[in-house]
Design a protein around this ligand. Structure first.
Ligand SMILES: [Zn+2]
Length: 126
């Protein structure tokens, strides 16, 4: 499974900028959304790299270290939805059974919706 962070390598939002002062001044803007002269400066002055601590997940150590069957929330968010649904179906924890049932229903509903609308898009049906 690809890490949840590999796809964030070039992202301002998910990887943290190497220059903290600039990062603080533009905490949540995508580089592409900046005015062109600022974007030119950012492209020249800033190196983007994946944060070595959180790997781009922006989750705290406490959040990252909390795992269910070896999977933390960042791993779960990076999963393909069909894999996530399969993973959720494999969870067996009676103390949160109602929550799990709702999660599984929601994921299955998403999957059915994706399949239904995916076929419509491929078939050119509006
Ligand atoms: Zn980080």
């Amino acid at each position: 499974m690809p890490t949840p962070h590999s796809r964030h390598l070039a992202s301002w939002r998910a990887g943290h900028a190497a220059i903290p002062k600039i990062q603080k001044s533009m905490p949540s803007k995508d580089v592409d959304a900046l005015q062109s002269h600022i974007r030119v400066f950012v492209d020249r002055a800033v190196t983007f790299t994946t944060c070595p601590e959180c790997g781009g997940s922006r989750l705290s150590e406490a959040a990252r270290s909390s795992k269910i069957k070896k999977t933390n929330i960042a791993d779960a968010c990076a999963m393909q939805i069909s894999d996530l649904a399969e993973w959720a179906r494999g969870l067996d924890e009676p103390s949160v059974a109602p929550l799990l049932a709702t999660l599984q229903q929601t994921l299955d509903s998403f999957l059915r919706s994706f399949v239904k609308h995916g076929f419509r898009i491929f078939d050119g049906i509006p």
